[in-house]
Design a protein around this ligand. Sequence first.
Ligand code: PLP
Length: 450
Amino acid sequence: MDIRELQRLDAAHHLHPFNDNAALAKRGTRLLTRGEGCHVWDADGNRLLDAFAGLWCVNVGYGRRELGEVAAKQMQDLAYYNSFFQCTTEPTVRLAAKLAELMPHDLNHAFFTNSGSEANDTILRMVRHFWAVQDKPRKNIFIGRHNGYHGSTVAGASLGGMKGMHKQGGLPIPDIHHIDPPFWFGDGGDLPEEEYGRICAQRLEDKILELGADRVAAFIGEPVMGAIGVWIPPRNYWQEIEKICRRHDVLLVADEVICGFGRTGEWFGAQTFDFRPDIMTLAKGITSGYIPLGAVMFNDRVAEVLATRGGELAHGYTYSGHPVCTAVALENIRILQEEGIVERARDHVAPYLAQRWRELGEHPLVGEARIVGMVGALELVPDKPGRRGFAEKGVVGTRCRDIALANGLILRATNDAMLLSPPLVITREEVDELFGKAWKSLDMTAREFG
Ligand code: PLP
């Protein structure tokens, strides 16, 4: 492989998502060539521990040949057929039924998309339609959260609360509002957990009362907020949110694109935090990232209204329920179930990972080490007891990420939080490797900024 030539072609012809493309062109993109278990190799031959599972998605780890074999077989048998025009294919039907079986309660119905963003786009239209056909067309407002991430499509980015994304392209679109999410570290962390949880949930009720319950269609949130920096809510937060949604007949949407398929310990974040969404969006771990697929799961109440009063659903994608993607998802779920990967991660690895992660929290550069299940973050700070961030956000975090990479460890940085989301198959030995490389990287970063 001619790395320099590929870098030149990349800079000339490829616009990267979420990148400063001018800076990238100068620096030269990193080419990844191979993966096995929790490690990937780049074109320079470096072996890297991927503690971010690609982009929160490679839950079963790299190199599972079965997934490729299933895809190849499906391509040979029937490479494509759509789900429009009263048709479908066997893997798509079987996946819908399998997901219904896995879901925590009556989320028995699936609509397939190609990504998490498209799943969230879908719910905007589906939910508004749900209320409109019940003679409530004005009940069309979505409430999301500042700093939430629900994808990059127009609706996904509007539902999300990332200011930088809103700035590009005139978002959010109308009738989407945002409230502040819980962020224990940023808010000072001095209230008892239950009280803080109630105060944060109350922000939703205040917003509903301000807008009028007859205007509010749904509330959407990530059980654990990923992209902004793994903000883990107080234990009671989601239960309080659910009570508020029920009181005002507002649909509750859990965006489980990251949390689904074992990331927070249980199969779904709604189980970890013990609440009952009406709708759940899925992607990433549904295929462990081996092939693109997303889904919207919705409960019997929503399904009943759509079926009896909804008429034709004027929404869908050429690749909704693509048979190759659904076949791979089924095989991925088979692997997760038969090998007990979620339960093993939860019971045998997550407690050890949490222990070592908290040891990293002792480092002078770390203000908080937070973790739930197999997802966590280290909040880097200039002044450990002060719970204050750096004056210029993101410089130290980005540098720490680059140092970690040079030390053979992939972590993501959001501002000055180092994010952790390893494949669920990570072993205790690999957790030790992670700890050693992370500690060394923190030390080197601290020396540069000390
Ligand atoms: N929702 C959440 C919580 C996500 O983290 C992401 C992606 O990171 C998305 C939605 C968007 O998914 P996709 O990138 O597959 O469109």
